[in-house]
Design a binder for this molecule. Structure first.
Ligand SMILES: C[S@@+](CC[C@H](N)C(=O)[O-])C[C@H]1O[C@@H](n2cnc3c(N)ncnc32)[C@H](O)[C@@H]1O
Length: 280
């Protein structure tokens, strides 16, 4: 069977099972299996697939058919300029979260030597991207999930910066190490009762601990801001991701914890996504 034919078969199965991006997903799964990029696959559609690969391909299609996110199946996700290993223990890095990285890089000049803390680091995507781009900065990433920390360490290693980031397995509530020039965080901020209404890809596969913001959606935002207030240096900056409808209340929480809001940044969909504030 030729690549084109097997892509069509995979795509048909996904379409019948209501996977929206059926064609693209079928192509991505085949290129991942063949270990070639999609553009190369597209120029070799008349090549024949090996019999043993055929079976593996339909296994991958089957996983996608059951709504497993494509990034968990391929085991990686592009974020900022880098490729991150991901698995079911971490949230899949979102393009919206690149807003934090962009704001931090606008703020930090290329030669500065700052110490940056990432609260709820997950795959490590935020802190690793920042430390890669600012060669003289050092980072600390913490997460309540032991497996997330393992993965973040692996990602720092493959990006050759493991000596510039320390990772700690810890609940932020029990973390007291050092003082930071900058804190970044994308805390869990979905209301508990809204999790079941999310897409199956998310609610059935992504870690609850990475999504669950408690009854009102603010429990981890409050905790992150309260702890940041203690861990940040005076005049240090906090870069916080929020849900698009969480702006006003988060601004109040920031104010009551001694932060002055500098700017609110919208994401690619023009929704309020990132608050930059200063500890006064
Ligand atoms: C929304 S995910 C963000 C992951 C990653 N920073 C990103 O942007 O893709 C939130 C992360 O916070 C972690 N987390 C949840 N509660 C925490 C706590 N009390 N202390 C430390 N980390 C926590 C979760 O394990 C998860 O990895």
């Amino acid at each position: 069977m030729k690549y084109q034919e097997i892509i069509n078969k995979g795509s048909k199965i996904l379409k019948l099972n209501n996977v929206k991006s059926y064609n693209l997903d079928s192509e991505i799964l085949l290129s991942s299996l063949l270990n070639i990029d999609r553009s190369r696959l597209m120029t070799n559609l008349q090549d024949k697939i090996k019999d043993q690969d055929k079976k593996i391909f339909f296994n991958l299609i089957n996983r996608r058919k059951n709504n497993e996110p494509i990034s968990y199946i391929t085991g990686h996700k592009e974020f900022w300029n880098y490729n991150f290993k991901v698995d079911k223990n971490v949230l899949i890095p979102r393009p919206d979260t690149e807003t934090i990285v962009e704001q931090v890089l606008n703020y930090l000049n290329p030669l500065c030597t700052k110490k940056v803390l990432d609260i709820g680091t997950g795959s490590g995507c935020i802190i690793i991207s920042i430390v890669k781009e600012r060669k003289k900065c050092n980072g600390v990433g913490i997460d309540i999930s032991k497996n997330a920390i393992k993965l973040a360490k692996y990602n720092a290693k493959i990006q050759h910066i493991k000596n510039r980031i320390k990772f700690f397995h810890s609940d932020i509530d029990n973390f007291f190490l050092y003082k930071y020039d900058l804190i970044v965080s994308n805390p869990p901020y979905i209301k508990l009762h809204e999790i079941n209404g999310l897409d199956k890809d998310i609610k059935n596969y992504e870690p609850r601990i990475a999504l669950n913001g408690g009854i009102d959606g603010y429990s981890k935002i409050r905790l992150t801001i309260r702890k940041s207030s203690a861990l940040i240096k005076k005049k240090g900056k906090l870069f916080l991701e929020i849900g698009s409808n969480q702006l006003m209340k988060t601004l109040e929480i920031l104010k009551s914890n001694g932060f002055y809001t500098n700017i609110v940044v919208k994401d690619l969909a023009n929704k309020n996504r990132c608050i930059v504030s200063t500890k006064i």
